[in-house]
Design a protein around this ligand. Structure first.
Ligand SMILES: Nc1ncnc2c1ncn2[C@@H]1O[C@H](COP(=O)(O)OP(=O)(O)OP(=O)(O)O)[C@@H](O)[C@H]1O
Length: 327
């Protein structure tokens, strides 16, 4: 019998391949096994609005197909529900699929959805918006801001790399105050990243040995190089540690895990949330444990909880007398 109640949200303008052909491939693979209610995003109508509408009309699973913007928006709409999300990446960077360890070809993604195996993972809220991957302050936000649509069309992933290099030239540090349930950490930083899930290419999220997305905790990485050469070395080191799944040992990189984290900076810094600039610091990010259900090919192991802060410049760590946050 065919599965019913599945809404496919499709961005017809995403990525660099032929969207008509992509849609035909998806339909040929999925439609023999399920009835698809296909809805298209437009410049005005984002995937989160479509997902919410489809759920209100009785959809029992959602499949999103597009770039990271479309996938994050659809996932955001499902945070806190138990409606499973199928992910078919057709973007430039495909960070979303990489972060959640999902396949990134249309064929493998459809096979995963047809397999029907789901996994419950953590999500988060950042300043009351849904977050699935990460919030970046400083370097990451500036990089996303600079990788514009035209550049992405022409250069693909390279657009982000070029924007990153451009940003490195203007490396600026700021004062950061990082408050968790049990401590307040003050340091100078060039980038602070709060990740629920992150692909290895999000190097600024790679302080810990792996960004664990089902431990009920957020992974915070502080990158604090004092020179541009240090910034390049730190980025390269973080990429290496991400690929080796080892934790950083550099003095100018720190990390910790927390359920909730409030970050204030001086001066205020741009914030990028799951690939979109949302404004400026401060941010308040809270993990939503088991907040999202996704179709997966197989189970993935999790690792231990750790933190490392020693070595960060101008570091102070103050224990709070009582655990928790002043509301
Ligand atoms: N039908 C459409 N026509 C034009 N633009 C659209 C349409 N549907 C969605 N968009 C725009 O696409 C953007 C989201 O794109 P998405 O992230 O899915 O793909 P992408 O930009 O190619 O991916 P990546 O970020 O990986 O390069 C949003 O800004 C949205 O306004």
């Amino acid at each position: 019998m065919k599965r019913t109640g599945t809404c496919l949200i499709f961005n017809p303008s995403a990525g660099q391949s032929d969207p008509k052909q992509d849609l035909a491939t998806i339909r040929a693979l999925l439609e023999p096994s399920m009835d698809l209610d296909i809805r298209f995003t437009t410049e005005e109508l984002d995937a989160d609005v479509i997902a919410k509408e489809a759920i209100a009309q009785g959809a029992t699973s959602i499949i999103a197909s597009g770039g990271d913007g479309t996938l994050s928006a659809a996932a955001g709409a499902l945070v806190g529900t138990d409606i499973p999300l199928g992910i078919i990446s057709r973007g430039t960077a495909n960070a979303f699929a990489a972060a959640l360890e999902l396949p990134d070809t249309i064929e493998a993604a459809c096979e995963t959805i047809l397999g029907g195996v789901t996994r419950v993972v953590d999500a988060a809220r950042c300043n009351d918006r849904p977050m699935v991957l990460l919030a970046g302050i400083g370097f990451e936000a500036e990089t996303v801001d600079r990788a514009d649509r035209r550049a992405k069309n022409r250069f693909g992933v390279l657009a982000y790399v070029m924007a990153g290099i451009q940003q490195l030239r203007e490396l600026e540090s700021f004062e950061a105050e990082i408050e968790t349930e049990d401590k307040v950490i003050k340091t100078t930083a060039a980038a602070v990243t709060v990740a629920n899930a992150a692909p290895p290419t999000s190097v600024l999220a790679q302080g810990p040995a792996g960004v664990v997305f089902d431990d009920g905790l957020l992974d915070v990485t502080v990158v604090a190089p004092s020179t541009r050469a240090g910034a390049i070395a730190a980025s390269y080191h973080l990429l290496q540690t991400a690929l080796n799944e080892s934790a950083t040992e550099r003095e100018d990189v720190g990390y910790l895990r927390a359920k909730r984290v409030i970050i204030r900076t001086d001066p205020p810094q741009k914030v990028v949330l799951d690939g979109e600039i949302i404004g400026f610091t401060p941010i308040d990010v809270e993990c939503v444990p088991r907040g999202l259900t996704i179709f997966v090919p197989k189970e993935v192991a999790s690792s231990d909880v750790v933190e490392k802060l020693e070595g960060l410049p101008d570091l102070t760590i103050e224990s709070k007398p009582v655990n928790g946050f002043d509301e």
